[in-house]
Design a protein around this ligand. Structure first.
Ligand SMILES: Nc1ncnc2c1ncn2[C@@H]1O[C@H](COP(=O)(O)OP(=O)(O)O)[C@@H](O)[C@H]1O
Ligand SMILES: [Mg+2]
Length: 259
């Protein structure tokens, strides 16, 4: 079971779009996939065709209230993957979880009971480095950072890397950035090319060769509660996420066989 965490402390960089579309694309290759939404905005939940789960068990019940993760799983039957939903409650996770023992290990511990049930668990993180993202990072086997090739993107990446190193030295974990994904990519922009060159120079092994183009279909799909693959299967953005799934499979499944 590979736990793929999609994180970036910046909002609007394509985390949720990546989590939902990668879930659908990996499921299309017959992998068993669970998508876990740990953002209070619940965009991955609604983008996978479920209501914001106010009356259902959510990831918050697992993290803060001792619920069994298996009881929170909802099928997204049409799309071929399962979902652990989120809800607005998660906004108070930092406060509610202060009384939970080993608060930052709740997700990792919960995932143990799913070992063998899924090939991939994909976690969509909130745009912050609070207790929720910390839970995801500590549960991760692979960390994927979506980013836009913008002026401040490299700075954001450097501070994320520093935060990860701090976490590693405080907890004894060995969390590392496994993949950097360029999203909303516009090859015509000079800045895009400059940032790409920097990324290539400093993160040659992590930088995904797949890039996700800016594509209106990817932005429209969530309003119909569908991943791109089921909204417009031939759109450039959809095809790019299928290619990303191929890259993930060849990069990470090989690693996990060696490990
Ligand atoms: N490749 C893309 N092309 C066009 N729009 C995109 C693309 N990726 C994401 N978006 C849009 O950009 C916004 C932010 O993306 P989102 O995935 O929600 O980011 P995050 O989860 O990091 O906040 C959303 O409105 C989304 O639909
Ligand atoms: Mg999001």
């Amino acid at each position: 079971m590979i736990t793929l965490v999609v994180a970036n402390q910046k909002g609007g960089v394509g985390k949720t779009t990546t989590a939902v579309n990668l879930a659908a694309s990996l499921a299309a290759t017959k992998r068993k996939v669970l998508l876990i939404d740990i953002d209070s905005q619940a965009n991955a939940t609604t983008g996978s065709g479920h209501e914001k789960a106010e009356d259902k068990l959510t990831i918050m019940d697992v993290l803060a209230r001792g619920a069994c993760i298996k009881e929170t799983i909802l099928p997204c039957t049409d799309f071929g993957f399962d979902l652990v939903p989120s809800c607005q409650d998660l906004i108070s996770a930092d406060i509610e979880m202060t009384t939970v023992p080993a608060a930052s290990l709740q997700l990792k511990n919960a995932l143990r009971s799913l070992e063998g049930s899924y090939d991939y668990v994909i976690i969509d993180c909130p745009p912050s480095l609070g207790i929720l993202t910390l839970n995801a990072l500590r549960a991760s086997s692979k960390l994927i950072i979506p980013m836009q090739c913008e002026y401040y993107a490299m700075e954001g990446l450097v501070s994320l890397n520093k935060a990860i190193n701090d976490i590693n030295s405080k907890t004894g974990e060995n969390i590392q950035i496994s993949a950097i994904l360029r999203t909303m990519f516009d090859p015509r922009a000079r800045l895009t090319r400059e940032v790409s060159e920097e990324l290539q120079k400093y993160f040659p092994n992590e930088l995904c060769s797949t890039v996700i183009p800016r594509n209106i279909k990817l932005a429209e799909a969530p309003s119909s509660g569908k991943p791109g693959l089921f909204y417009d299967p031939t759109a450039k953005g959809t095809v790019a996420y299928l290619a990303l799934a191929g890259e993930v499979i060849s990069k990470f499944e090989k690693d996990s066989m060696v490990a």
